[in-house]
Design a protein. Structure first.
Length: 571
């Protein structure tokens, strides 16, 4: 075989070119096939996977040309300059985000510190977590190379969480301040006419004769009369009566066109006239706010103290005066971790200090003169000091239980509650799980119980005990902010915020187990004349003096740190 390489053609093409072009020509040279008697092209070598990865000579040639091109060099410099500029902008944004995160971390820490419910250990853990999160942000934005997109997203999410957390804690702190340190009571004075009366406003009743009585709450009545005359711009005609019953009867008989009274007395009037609220309508309302003369800011919650727990028979403003259907005194010893719950029947026939002039009345009626009057009545009954009060109405009762996730309460009886209790539910003998509405019905029902009001008092104790036990758990104490927020409009207390915060912090630190004991005052039922209802005889419970004396002795033992014996602990 004679091979022809086209050497002259190859040489001619190679002139003035580099070796890469020459190598390309050699690979494309032909040879002469003797058998077939003509020129053939050399077969191309099949490339392997490794050959594909190798850079071809012509690519190297083009790269050399680009490297030597001044225009290309300028473009490369501009590209690098733009890259460095983008990196600087990205890093600046990262630093700004880190600063924002630092500020929000400080705000959150300050809010938590002001809320003051975390122990030092928990607070230091919070600070440590905030510092770790800030360190991660700094590493991803300053120390790391590149744009740090992932770090920026992480920082933004942390900032959102910190911002929402700070807002939430601040909101809860405001609610906390709202329910603590209460020192006022509200008298809601109203003008009522018959339900079918044409007058719907005070101005429409300007020429009416108004019935009044000054024997009960006379100062508030006089203040209301002055306000009515001020708004009407004229004097009004008054007809005075000796008590609430006579005043209400005068409206029914048509002796007067309207009556002026404290709305807290409505339930007292209903004890004589059961359809009173249906037979009348309110055309005017004036609130009178009175300061309660008590200062508990210096009271220490590290020493034994007593709390009056009152359930007000209203659904409105928690500071409005009203009958107290729940009357429980909780005697607390923070050192021995004992709590004594004392239930006093609502119909207990006792004098009301500073109001009744020594005449006996129902304990529940003391609430219409203010929570401070109820406290004084129980102090005189049990011969002890009661430093604090906690007051809830029917609305807040359901909110408290629901905020706690419901309660497990044991009942000794199986019964059904009636509609007058707020809900018709079936209660099983043994353990029951109640939501807010069910717990309220369980506390209010007495018609279905064989021992009536005394049985209801036992049920109220059971619910209060369940609430205390659940709130004393560390999990619930850490979630105290949620509970406070949910019940801020329906709970009132003269505890200061610092006193409650101190109790929460102490329980979180010690996780102490409390012994809760329950006792109820005994008595016998009957009918008698009550101060607040005039000459009308009402159902009352005459106190058992031995029972009262025994409770007084138990209170003294708990305050002295002695262990109560002979009573069942609900630990």
């Amino acid at each position: 075989m004679r091979s022809i390489n086209n050497s002259r053609e190859v040489s001619r093409r190679a002139k003035g070119k580099n070796r890469y072009a020459y190598e390309e020509d050699r690979r494309s040279a032909r040879y002469y096939d003797d058998e077939e008697d003509y020129y053939r092209e050399r077969p191309k070598k099949k490339s392997s996977s490794n050959d594909k990865k190798k850079r071809r000579p012509e690519e190297d040639y083009q790269n050399i040309r680009k490297m030597s091109d001044p225009e290309n060099n300028k473009n490369r410099k501009n590209k690098r300059r733009r890259g460095r500029k983008k990196n600087r902008v990205s890093r600046t944004i990262g630093i700004i985000l880190a600063i924002i995160q630092f500020i929000l971390s400080v705000v959150l820490a300050v809010n938590v510190m002001l809320f003051n419910v975390l122990t030092s250990t928990y607070f230091l853990v919070l600070i440590g977590v905030l510092l770790i999160l800030l360190g991660i942000t700094l590493l991803t934005q300053i120390a790391a190379k590149g744009k740090g997109i992932g770090g920026k997203i992480f920082c933004i999410l942390i900032c959102i969480i910190l911002g929402v957390g700070s807002f939430y804690i601040g909101k809860v702190n405001n609610a906390f301040q709202k329910i603590t340190g209460s020192n006022k009571k509200t008298s809601s004075m109203v003008v009522a006419v018959k339900a079918d009366d044409n007058a719907d406003t005070l101005s429409a009743a300007a020429g009416y004769t108004f019935g009044v009585q000054y024997a009960t709450g006379g100062d508030q009545t006089k203040s209301a009369v002055k306000q009515i005359e001020k708004e009407l711009g004229q004097n009004i005609t008054l007809q005075e009566y000796s008590n609430l019953g006579e005043e209400a009867q005068a409206l029914y008989d048509g002796e007067v066109d309207a009556i002026i009274y404290n709305s807290a007395y409505s339930n007292i009037i209903k004890e004589q006239y059961s359809t009173f609220t249906k037979d009348t309508k309110v055309i005017y309302k004036h609130n009178i706010v009175v300061e309660i003369e008590s200062d508990t800011s210096d009271e220490s919650v590290t020493k034994p103290f007593a709390v009056y727990l009152s359930g007000i028979d209203t659904n409105g403003d928690i500071t409005e005066q009203g009958r107290s259907d729940v009357n429980i005194v909780a005697v607390v010893n923070p050192t021995s971790h004992q709590v004594l719950l004392i239930t006093t029947p609502r119909d207990y026939y006792v004098p009301i200090p500073g109001v009744s002039g020594g005449q006996d009345d129902k304990l529940t009626h003391a609430g219409i003169y203010g929570v401070d009057v109820s406290m004084q009545t129980l102090e005189e009954l049990y011969d002890t000091d009661i430093e604090f009060f906690g007051r809830v109405n029917f609305t807040s009762m359901t909110s408290v239980v629901d905020a706690l996730g419901g309660l497990d309460v044991e009942s000794d009886l199986e019964f059904d509650t009636g509609w007058e209790s707020g809900a018709e539910i079936h209660v099983n003998e043994g353990m029951n799980h109640f939501d807010g509405i069910s717990a309220l019905a369980f506390c209010r029902e007495r018609q279905a119980l064989p021992d009536g009001d005394n049985g209801r008092g036992v049920h109220q104790q059971a619910v209060i005990t369940a609430i205390i036990k659940k709130m004393m758990s560390p999990a619930m104490l850490r979630g105290a902010s949620d509970i406070i927020e949910s019940v801020s409009d329906g709970v009132d207390t003269n505890f200061t915020s610092s006193q409650i915060q101190s109790l929460i912090k102490t329980q979180l630190r010690t996780n102490a187990k409390w012994n809760i004991y329950s006792v109820a005052a005994d008595g016998t039922g009957g009918t008698d004349i009550c101060y607040s209802s005039g000459d009308e005889e009402l159902y009352v419970t005459y106190p058992d003096e031995n029972s009262v004396a025994e409770i007084s002795e138990l209170i003294k033992k708990v305050k002295d740190g002695e262990t109560i014996e002979g009573f069942v602990s609900t630990e």
